[in-house]
Design a protein around this ligand. Structure first.
Ligand code: ADP
Ligand code: MG
Length: 433
């Protein structure tokens, strides 16, 4: 086996929280990268993927653990490691050629050599003829090609890609992936190994030799999957579909909760500090109706459903998570299945639906019940958002606290469990009982 280009060992990253505590984002990350490989890091939004890439790129220092590149510790950006970002960080006042040449700024090369290499990278990535165009004259896909050219011009040993296709429309993204894989397969890319971060399962299966599955809160590598399919890979190939399915199952599996005597089935949102996915009540009822109807009749395979609904895996996960938290659906080995309450919801008329939703919300989402209780106990039945935000921020990042509150507000409004005024940022109880 070839020696490791990159070795990450025991990496752990925490960020300070407002209350003086710390938020654990990455925990015990070990990985190696060898020449000739495309390795994927697959995880949900917020699982710490970008943080891990930034650590590997030497853009920040880990709380503990080590990143070793060619036997040397990485504690500043290493010349042989470059990153392609999700969105094209191009300078609008520079031409394509000038933007690409910028990649070589740090290397003290002669002017002619800089130009020669930049032109070669532009040519390679399919932008021949656009050397003197400005970014605003290019489509999103072409701008991302400039981003690739700027990274490749360095001839890095390791190319780090942070969701490089996710800001593009579906067709453009597919074209860029195919072009990239073709160049890689033909040995035309001046790089040795690729580490790509994605939340898109199919993209990972399409591109990678190895996929590392990432858990959330904190980010940990929960499983490694080797992919031996030949390129070009066919998404419809049964072996491809099997891998996608296996990964779906692994990513939707929950750690089993020990049964507790006297308490009904273990709730998914166990405490007020559970991060709530950002899903509208409309989307929730839409998915419930789809599930209840033909051809699913109450139970569907998640990959099939994602396909049919033209939804991204990540998006579908969020809806499935929300439905599980509300116990309107449950997951079962990669399938999603309506619960009795979910069935009852679909069968009910509008008012009935609100009542069922309210019942599920207050019994299964502790934060909603908590807000309702606080409001009921106060004489004026009012409470500022900051009251709950501060509480949540003790347990999660400010960003997650904000999202969680936005979700609970949307769900509480739909259920008419409580109201929220955006201007005064105040919760209120409309019908205290
Ligand atoms: P991903 O790329 O998987 O979506 P990120 O690495 O961007 O995830 O973020 C993981 C978590 O770390 C999030 O909760 C985010 O809010 C938090 N986070 C990231 N960077 C910082 C930072 N500089 N300070 C505080 N929290 C951060
Ligand atoms: Mg990210």
């Amino acid at each position: 086996m070839a020696p490791a280009l990159l070795d990450v060992h025991g990496l752990r990253q925490t960020f300070p929280r407002a209350d003086g505590g710390e938020l654990l984002v990455l925990d015990g990350i070990d990985l190696t990268l060898s020449p000739g490989q495309i390795v994927g890091l697959l995880g949900r939004t917020g699982s710490g993927k970008s943080t891990l890439l930034r650590l590997i790129a030497g853009l920040m220092e880990p709380s503990s653990g080590t990143v070793t590149y060619l036997g040397q510790p990485v504690n500043a950006p290493a010349p042989g490691i470059v990153m392609v970002f999700q969105s094209f960080a191009l300078f609008p006042w520079l031409t394509v050629l000038e933007n690409v040449q910028l990649g070589l700024e740090a290397l003290a090369l002669p002017e002619v050599e800089i130009r020669r290499r930049a032109l070669a990278a532009i040519d390679l990535i399919g932008l021949d003829g656009y050397e003197s165009a400005f970014p605003r004259e290019l489509s999103g896909g072409m701008r991302q090609r400039v981003g690739f050219a700027r990274a490749l011009v360095v001839h890095p040993n390791i190319l780090l890609m942070d969701e490089p296709f996710s800001a593009l429309d579906v067709l453009t993204a597919e074209t860029l992936r195919t072009d990239f894989l073709e160049l890689w397969g033909d040995g035309k890319l001046p790089i040795q190994a690729v580490l790509i971060v994605t939340h898109n399962i199919e993209e990972a299966v399409l591109m990678c030799d190895r996929i590392l599955l990432f858990s959330s809160n904190p980010g940990r590598i929960i499983r490694e999957i080797t992919i031996n399919l030949k390129h070009p890979r066919n998404r419809l190939d049964p072996a491809f579909r099997d891998l996608v399915e296996t990964i779906y199952v692994a990513m939707t599996a929950r750690a089993p909760t020990p049964p507790r005597i006297g308490i009904p089935a273990a709730p998914v949102a166990t405490s007020i500090d559970t991060i709530l996915p950002r899903v509208s009540a409309n989307l929730l009822s839409g998915l419930l109706e789809t599930l209840a109807g033909e051809p699913y009749n109450g139970k569907a395979d998640l990959p099939v459903l994602a396909d049919e609904l033209h939804m991204e895996a990540d998006e579908l996960f969020q809806v499935a998570d929300a439905l599980q938290m509300l116990r309107l659906a449950e997951s079962e080995g990669g399938d999603i299945k309506l619960t009795e309450s979910g069935r009852e919801f679909v069968d009910a008329a509008m008012d009935g639906r609100k009542n069922i939703f309210q019942r599920q919300l207050l019994s299964s989402v502790p934060l909603a019940a908590h807000i309702r209780r606080v409001l009921a106990e106060r004489n004026n039945h009012l409470a500022p958002k900051s009251r709950f935000f501060d509480e949540l921020e003790d347990h999660m990042s400010a960003e997650a606290a904000e999202e969680t509150l936005r979700s609970v507000i949307a769900w509480g409004r739909y259920a008419e469990s409580f109201a929220y005024d955006d201007d005064s940022q105040t919760f209120s109880l409309e019908n205290p009982t």
